[in-house]
Design a protein around this ligand. Structure first.
Ligand code: HEC
Ligand code: HEC
Length: 406
């Protein structure tokens, strides 16, 4: 406590005197804490994070480059700032946001897996999640502004504190004896680095759910990936329908199949094998989901064979389904029921309409029947080859999105 008192008195001086004088004034205390630090007036941030978080030289989150062909942006009234995203990064990786200090957002959203989870069901403080985790790459660049597989969160901001208030995930549900988010806020307000960080970002140390949401959403929206082979090709021809010079013939054929409407669809010419129609819902070049999509025929419930869930109408961007070695970043679909890209293509090639699935997208049941594309094996392989070109490199290793606690 003595330490903090001294620091606070130094902090006070900062606002009234020149920085150099402050350093001298602090040094005269003869305390260890007076050693010049990375952050100067933010000693608790220094102590917790060392040089990993340098508030005088923030990582670039706000002004990251992106290709000119990427236009969608769901930031709304919460544009990314370097300060806000830095706070968001710390919140995202902080296990103290869970009831027993064991689970952070990053426990289930792993950078090594494009911020998804390789486990079928993610492990929270009170058991397993009911749905498979979602990758969080390029969440910003989608027209669909609702989040979760079933789109139950109206915005990313609203989404971002729901895991905290989920009994199974992080435990501050406020129900059945669980403490609630206001208890978490009291807990965070007693942590010195949050006093400094909220002051740094918002001007005072007051923590609110709204401020947490803004910071978390800014960090998540900052996670972007545009260094795939697909992007290299787009940069060369600037027209997604043209063959990419850097693609193999098979990859170009896969791209064509992905983009072209299926037989019978508007724009299709009625011939079998024209296209696979993926573009209608997963729109290149962002590969975000069509906001009007209904479900895609995958209706399983993990652990409850025979039960169906027809509410899942959102997919994360199809970028980074696999990493740049071609290894899946986790199972696919809300129920994780498909484990390979070949399995994904097989699903769309011949969709089974499960009884009771009244929410199957009409585009996938032409004439009332489940879609049957009759793709040949080489065509299926080509679509898989194309999907693997959507993997980037930077997102898996860039330290600005990494764990600041190590
Ligand atoms: C225990 C594991 C777990 C934890 C902890 C967790 N998540 Fe998730 N996350 C999931 C699962 C599972 C889903 C999909 C759930 C669903 O749709 O019902 C998901 C979905 C999301 C989505 C929606 C993505 C999209 O494209 O719609 C976002 C954003 C997200 N999580 C952010 C966070 C944040 C922020 C935190 C920390 C405050 C967090 N998650 C903590 C497992 C977890
Ligand atoms: C009518 C809209 C629609 C069409 C057409 C469509 N999809 Fe989907 N796709 C979805 C929806 C909705 C989901 C989320 C489904 C779920 O998990 O329940 C999804 C999920 C996926 C996933 C899993 C994503 C993840 O993160 O796990 C992949 C991969 C995928 N689709 C690829 C394709 C391919 C390849 C095609 C073309 C052959 C295609 N989709 C056509 C709507 C569509």
């Amino acid at each position: 406590m003595l330490y903090m008192n001294k620091v606070n008195s130094c902090l006070l001086v900062v606002f009234t005197a020149a920085a150099t004088l402050v350093f001298n004034a602090c040094k005269k205390d003869g305390e260890d804490s007076t050693t010049p630090t990375v952050n100067g007036v933010y000693p608790a941030v220094d102590e917790a994070f060392g040089p990993v978080i340098n508030l005088n030289n923030l990582e670039n989150y706000a002004l990251q480059g992106r290709p000119q062909y990427i236009n969608a942006d769901n930031s709304g009234t919460n544009p990314i700032t370097d300060k806000g995203a830095t706070l968001g990064r710390i919140l995202f990786y902080d296990k103290k946001l869970s009831i027993n200090n064991t689970v952070s957002c990053a426990s289930c959203h792993k950078q090594s897996h494009a911020f998804g989870d390789d486990a079928l069901q993610s492990i929270g403080v009170n058991g397993l999640t009911g749905r498979h985790g979602m990758r969080l790459v390029n969440a910003r660049f989608s027209q669909e502004a609702r989040f979760f597989w079933d789109e139950r969160a109206a915005t990313l901001e609203a989404q971002s504190t729901q895991p905290i208030q989920d009994h199974k995930e992080m435990g501050y549900s406020g129900q059945n004896g669980d403490p609630g988010i206001s208890d978490l806020i009291v807990k965070l307000q007693s942590i010195d680095y949050y006093k400094e960080l909220f002051t740094f970002v918002y001007g005072d140390e007051n923590i609110t759910e709204d401020r947490m949401q803004k910071a978390l959403a800014q960090f998540i929206r900052s996670i972007q990936s545009f260094d795939s082979r697909f992007d290299a090709g787009m940069a060369q021809v600037n027209n997604v329908n043209q063959n990419f010079p850097n693609f193999s013939a098979v990859e170009n054929e896969g791209k064509r199949l992905f983009l072209a409407p299926p037989p019978g669809a508007p724009g299709g010419n009625g011939m079998l094998g024209v296209g696979a129609g993926c573009q209608a819902c997963h729109r290149a070049p962002t590969f975000d989901i069509d906001p009007n999509s209904r479900n895609n025929g995958v209706v399983g419930v993990i652990g409850f064979p025979g039960s169906i869930d027809i509410t899942n109408t959102r997919s994360p961007s199809l970028r980074n389904l696999v990493n740049n070695s071609g290894i899946p970043n986790g199972q696919f679909m809300h129920d994780g029921s498909i484990t390979t890209l070949a399995g994904v293509v097989d699903h769309y090639n011949a969709i089974t309409v499960v009884p009771g699935n009244t929410n199957l997208d009409p585009r996938l049941r032409p004439g009332g029947q489940g879609q049957n594309l009759q793709l040949t094996q080489p065509q299926k392989d080509a679509i898989v080859a194309f999907l693997t070109t959507l993997a980037g490199t930077d997102v898996y290793s860039n330290k600005k999105w990494s764990d600041p606690f190590q």
